[in-house]
Design a protein around this ligand. Structure first.
Ligand code: PDD
Length: 290
């Protein structure tokens, strides 16, 4: 069965899901996006994703093309039409179509597209084995807190990882890990303390990061928000990443060196289980006390 896409208010088949070559998303990556996960047909933490979308839009002076209620209704309709039990809903907003000129067009109407992807999120084989990463220089622009579609640097990082026979890349700037190519990065110290980089313009404020830091209260892990080096990561007890598409995913090797015993760590596994349990039960983490 073919997938239904959403383009500017219409539900259309893939062959009709098209935007202009003059769309500023295409020409300038003048666009922002969100990826929400779906479990049991239910969107996970979608309000938080919508809040971040509004922040991204406002940081680049773009108007929301639809109300939150309209976006949610469209997301839910796509989930239903495309029979998504487990997977992702992708949403992108661009500044719209205008003749090529760097400055913002005066009267462009924003473009909004959405589509779904089926994905085995719960029983992902990688969650059982953990993933291997390499470190690469972080060559992205300086506003990584805005979720823009300017994703060439992460795409190159991911491809470098694939070429090296591993799963992903951790990006390094001024000697410290910023984040993974499309996820936030963490290490677990030998005393159980979890460390992840503090928020700022250097990284994306992950929705899964926010949830997982809340869960640390339940698992009684202390956490610190502070940059760490690749050397510290190699010597850590465990490491993991978080994102809407991977939840909590153990990292078992960095630049060819095993972390701990080279197996997914206990803390990573516990946080993953707890994340999935609460996501399935409540669909949100806003009630979890920090
Ligand atoms: N990526 N950091 C970066 C650079 C990301 O691209 C992402 C998400 C995250 C994690 O954010 P969240 O927990 O809100 O998913 C961190 C999405 C999944 C993607 O581009 O497919």
């Amino acid at each position: 069965m073919s997938r239904t896409f959403y383009v500017n208010g219409e539900f259309v088949a893939e062959a009709d899901a098209k935007v202009s070559v003059l769309d500023r998303g295409f020409l300038f990556a003048d666009a922002v996006y969100e990826v929400s996960s779906v479990l049991g047909g239910q969107l996970i933490d979608n309000d938080a994703h919508m809040n971040r979308l509004h922040r991204s839009l406002s940081e680049i002076s773009m108007q929301a093309p639809a109300t939150d209620a309209e976006v949610l209704a469209a997301q839910q309709k796509l989930i239903e039409l495309n029979e998504i039990d487990e997977g992702l809903v992708y949403l992108q907003v661009t500044r719209g179509v205008a003749d090529r000129d760097f400055g913002f067009p005066a009267n462009a109407t924003p473009t909004i597209v959405m589509f779904t992807q089926k994905k085995n999120l719960l029983n992902s084989p990688q969650a059982k084995t953990g993933i291997k990463v390499i470190s690469v220089p972080d060559i992205r622009w300086q506003r990584r807190d805005i979720k823009t579609v300017g994703l060439l640097a992460p795409a190159l990082a991911k491809q470098a990882a694939a070429d090296a026979g591993v799963d992903d890349a951790w990006m390094v700037e001024d000697g410290f890990v910023t984040e993974g190519s499309s996820n936030n990065a963490y290490i677990v110290h030998h005393d159980g303390t979890i460390q992840t980089r503090h928020l700022g313009n250097e990284i994306l404020s992950g929705i899964t990061r926010e949830a997982v830091l809340r869960l640390c209260g339940l698992t009684q892990n202390k956490y610190i928000e502070k940059p760490f080096t690749i050397e510290e990561a190699k010597n850590a007890k465990e490491a993991f990443i978080t994102s809407a598409s991977s939840f909590v995913m153990p990292v078992v090797s960095i630049d060819g060196q095993d972390i701990g015993d080279g197996e997914p760590g206990e803390t990573s596994k516990k946080l993953r289980e707890l994340y999935i349990e609460i996501a399935r039960e409540k669909g949100t983490f806003s009630h979890v006390q920090e």
